[in-house]
Design a protein around this ligand. Structure first.
Ligand code: PSU
Ligand code: MN
Length: 313
């Protein structure tokens, strides 16, 4: 692990994150691909700032993670956040690309996979995002499965999300998560959420209702030396979800466009999210924003409970 006050090598810590890590106060990691590739401008910057302030309101410190000019930043100031939100040369970066972007002194927006890796190096245990990547529909032909899954199989991070993005094959993704030893808990329900939708239709064995219960699970994972990740799936309330009929129609149109425009690889997810935002005239953007804000809120409460747990032992 790096020293949190280290400003050498490739890791740069913001003052507030460095202080929090040194003092052992709660920290929540936040990813940057949502900002650069998941949300349209200028809402992306507004949401990034709102998410940070929600984390602070619970007494936790936000650590948005990205790479600027080849250096890893754990915690971004407003000017740095603005660069990620507005530059056109920010590369959507998974673990495999981190070193190359760094060596070229480039700008990287880190995916869930890359953010989890960097958070682990920094010693941050709790991470909030919107929806995880997973197995794409038609993966039988395309073999398109997000590196988020393999990253979570190897990194002991606790990630709060609204399930996997509903553009994916949710059932296949849940099967892969089981194979990859990734824990799945649902907050306040047994139904696995469907990102824009409150319920994906899939049942999960474990439902927890309180951040302190989740902190107990995290403590037990440490004691048992479980080295894979834990997903805390946080469903939207029914009143906030996207209309399911609208969702299904927009998704089926979007998948046809992916096919006809020959969109592939890492462009598929940003393309489909953008298609949703346009085709629903911003309704999906409102829902996506609420997802991210609620997940950051829950992650902050879990990080606070986890810190209490750590000081007790
Ligand atoms: N959640 C969102 N919006 C996003 C993402 C997640 O609400 O843009 C990003 C995350 O960074 C995730 C990535 O790691 O999408 C998955 O991309 P892919 O399917 O290409 O692996
Ligand atoms: Mn992919």
């Amino acid at each position: 692990m790096n020293l949190p006050n280290q400003k050498s090598g490739l890791f740069y810590y913001s003052n507030e994150v460095s202080e929090a890590l040194l003092n052992g106060t709660p920290v929540v990691a936040l990813e940057s691909t949502i900002i650069s590739h998941g949300l349209p401008r200028p809402e992306n910057l507004r949401v990034a700032l709102e998410v940070e302030s929600i984390v602070r309101s619970h007494g936790a410190t936000p650590a948005t993670i990205a790479m600027l000019e080849g250096r890893v930043h754990i915690g971004l100031d407003q000017a740095e956040l603005e660069q990620i939100a507005t530059r056109d040369d920010v590369f959507k970066t998974s673990i495999r690309d981190l070193a190359t972007v760094s060596a070229r002194k480039g700008f990287a927006a880190t995916t869930v996979a890359a953010t989890s890796h960097l958070a682990m190096v920094a010693g941050i245990e709790v991470f909030a995002t919107g929806g995880l990547g997973g197995v794409h529909r038609y993966a039988r032909e395309s073999w398109d499965e997000s590196a988020d899954l393999t990253a979570l199989s190897l990194l002991p991070i606790t990630i709060v999300c609204s399930g996997v993005k509903s553009i994916l094959d949710v059932g296949a993704t849940l099967e892969r998560l089981e194979t990859l030893n990734v824990g799945v808990l649902v907050y306040g329900s047994h139904q696995f959420p469907g990102f824009y939708l409150s319920d994906s239709g899939f049942y999960v064995d474990w439902s927890l209702d309180d951040p302190s219960e989740i902190a107990d699970v995290m403590a037990a994972r440490r004691a048992l030396q479980i080295s894979s990740g834990l997903i805390i799936a946080n469903p939207l309330p029914l009143t906030s979800q996207l209309d399911p009929d609208l969702h299904d129609q927009v998704l089926s149109d979007g998948l046809k466009l992916v096919d006809s425009k020959k969109i592939s690889g890492k462009d598929v997810t940003p393309f489909l999210l953008d298609h949703f935002h346009r085709a629903t005239h911003g309704q999906s953007l409102v829902v996506n924003t609420e997802i991210i804000v609620r997940n950051a809120d829950l992650a902050a409460r879990i990080a606070v409970a986890n810190s209490l747990e750590m000081t007790r032992v």
